[in-house]
Structure formats: C-alpha cells, structure tokens
Design a protein around this ligand. Sequence first.
Ligand SMILES: NC(=O)C1=CN([C@@H]2O[C@H](COP(=O)(O)OP(=O)(O)OC[C@H]3O[C@@H](n4cnc5c(N)ncnc54)[C@H](OP(=O)(O)O)[C@@H]3O)[C@@H](O)[C@H]2O)C=CC1
Ligand SMILES: CC(=O)[C@](C)(O)C(=O)O
Length: 359
Amino acid sequence: MQPAPPFTVSMAAKIYTDKDANLSSIKRKKLAVIGFGSQGHAHALNLKDSGCDVVIGLYAKSKSREVAQKLGFEVMDTAEAVAAADVIFVAVPDTVIPSVYEKDIAPNLTKGKCLLFSHGFAIHFGTIEVPEDVDVIMVAPKGPGHTVRSQFVEKKGVPTLIAIHQDATGKAHKIALGWAKGIGGTRAGVFETNFREETVTDLFGEQVVLCGGASALVKAGFETLVEAGYQPEMAYFECLHELKLIVDLMVESGIAGMRFSISETAEYGDVTVGPKIIDASVKKRMQKQLKAIEDGKFAKEWTEEYNNGCKNFNAIRREEAKHPIEKVGTKLRGMMSWLGGAKKVGKGQSQASYVSGSK
Ligand SMILES: NC(=O)C1=CN([C@@H]2O[C@H](COP(=O)(O)OP(=O)(O)OC[C@H]3O[C@@H](n4cnc5c(N)ncnc54)[C@H](OP(=O)(O)O)[C@@H]3O)[C@@H](O)[C@H]2O)C=CC1
Ligand SMILES: CC(=O)[C@](C)(O)C(=O)O
C-alpha cells in the first residue's frame, strides 16, 4: 500500500462565480477571436450568445471562414480583426502564435488593447514579446473547446482559470472575469492562477495523466486482453468505454464516491492491484517529465518539431490511427445510440463542425 503523501493540501484563496463577474466589462468592447478552432469557436459562440460584439480573425485561405460566417460571424483577415478590436483572443495553435503575432498582431497592437490567451505557453516560454502598454490576460477553460460549447448550450459551464500577466489599463482583471462569465466559466467556478502555474500544470496534466497517460493505459489494457485471446469488443468496453463512466463518478463525487458506487469486488481490486500497476516508478517518471516541462525542455522540443514540419509527429499520428482500438471503437460507437453515436473526425475537418454544440 502507498503511504499517505507527505504534504497537506491548501485550497485556492478565491473562487469567482457569476455574482463576482460583470459582462459590462466586455459588452461595450469589440472582441476579436483569432482562429475558429476548438477553443476559438467555443469562446466566440458563447460570447455571442452572451450578447457580446465578436469578430473572427482568420488567414485568407482558412476553411473555417465559411463555417464562422454560416454561424453568423463577421470574418476579417487576422490583422484587420486585431486593428478593429479592444480584446484579442489568440486562439491559434501555440506553435503558430509566434508567426501570427509577428505578422498580424504586433503591428496592430496599439496602446490599451488587451491580449487574451487560453494557455500560457507563448508568454511563459517567451516565444513572443508583448509591449508594456497593453493588457495580457488568460482565460483558460479546464476542458476541451467542444465541451466549453456543449456545456454552455446546456446552461452549464466549465471550470476556468484566469491569470493576469500585464495590467496596463488597470482593467485587466475585470476583463478576464467578464470574458470568463461570457463563456460560461463563472457558472462552474473561476480560479485565479498565474501564467507559469497554468502552463506547467496544463502541459503536465495533458501529457502524463489525461491524454498521454490515459491513452497509453487504455491501449495497454486493450492489447493485454486481445493478445490473451479475448474479444476486442470486450476489451474496448472494459478499457475505454467504461473508463468514462468511472471517471464521471470520480468527477461527481471523488475517488471515494466512485469506490462507494462500484462493487466491493471491484473496490478490493482497485486498492490492492492499482498501486502495483501505477507504482512508485511511475511517479518517478512523472517527476522527471514535470522537470522537463519546468525547464523548457519540452517546449523547445515541441517548437523544433513543429518548425521542422512535424515529420516525427505525423509519422506517430499515422501509426496511432492504425491501432485496432480505433476500428473497434468506431464500429461500436456507430452501433450505440449512447452519447450521440459515432462522431467522425475527418482529415482536414474544421474543429467548429465537429460537434452539434457549435450549431
Ligand atoms: N483544444 C483545447 O481544448 C484547448 C486549447 N487551449 C489553447 O487554445 C489555443 C488554441 O488552440 P486550439 O483551439 O486547440 O486550436 P485549433 O487547432 O483547434 O484551432 C486553431 C485555429 O487557428 C487557426 N489558424 C491557424 N493558423 C492561423 C493563422 N495563421 N491565422 C489565423 N488563424 C490561424 C486555424 O485555422 P483553420 O480553421 O483554417 O485550421 C484554426 O481555426 C492554444 O493556445 C491552446 O493551447 C487551451 C485549452 C484547451
Ligand atoms: C483540453 C485541455 O485543456 C488540454 C487537453 O490541455 C488541451 O487541449 O490543451
């Protein structure tokens, strides 16, 4: 059994909710969303539904221009949108931010404007340099953009982080809270952080636990069962489909609540076998990756990979797409009406057309 951790947990100082935020801080402003992808489309649609004046900035050949226009937005070239707006959400991929910033944003970033990010990568790792006479803030939903939109449509919200890197106007905090309210974040709860903490913890979480760790665990479990001769469908249900149900219970009522809900047999297996699978050696590798993130090693590697055309990344993507769990999953999701059937992801598909919530 693992010993209890040698630390106590101290809660964040303040949680902001709807009553703490005022849309008036952004309603009389022109808001530009640069990019219309996972986060961009969600923020833009939610802010528009919240009565804000939103324009979309995209590059000339973007496939998302038509999608955004069909959803009722005015679409401008990126530079034009930056020049027209008071608050500019930089919703392009982190590795694209430097080129978009240099070409289209910096030349139009006049005194008193506000730059907004949903992740601190560019500011924390210094891939862009911003002038001192503009606000620089973060409004980072702790969830995928499509969930930010679907939760908003259901009159709910996604817990959201805010951070202030620069407050040139003295209004940065009010704008951050207003934007968080406009996208539905204050319905769930808004927590204050800083660019370093959000950047490091977000990269750690997505690499080690959520996306990277979870998909590796799921695939290893699936492969173990299938290689032992069990039906792939059974392996899919046990290692992927049911994971959502278990994690939903954890999200709703903690690990204790999940253990309350599952059988005693499952709980015994949980507490006796789990620590043998995810043992102290795993935590040592987690600590090593955290250090690689903190000292910028990951950021340097990812930026270099992107600038070299993502050759290694795309080769891995092609292999990953061939994993048998994808074929089994697509078949089973197509057969089940549960969770809206199979949401297909087509090559080159626009993020904004991925889920019904964006309609
Ligand atoms: N994905 C997520 O859920 C989360 C993302 N974030 C952060 O949000 C930011 C945006 O990421 P994400 O939403 O995933 O991005 P996506 O990859 O989903 O979308 C990127 C968007 O940027 C557009 N784009 C690409 N190049 C340019 C350019 N040169 N000029 C203007 N627009 C351009 C793309 O155009 P086109 O449509 O033509 O491809 C697309 O609309 C990042 O900082 C990310 O870290 C934070 C939390 C969660
Ligand atoms: C959804 C989210 O916040 C992630 C996984 O960190 C991301 O997509 O960047």
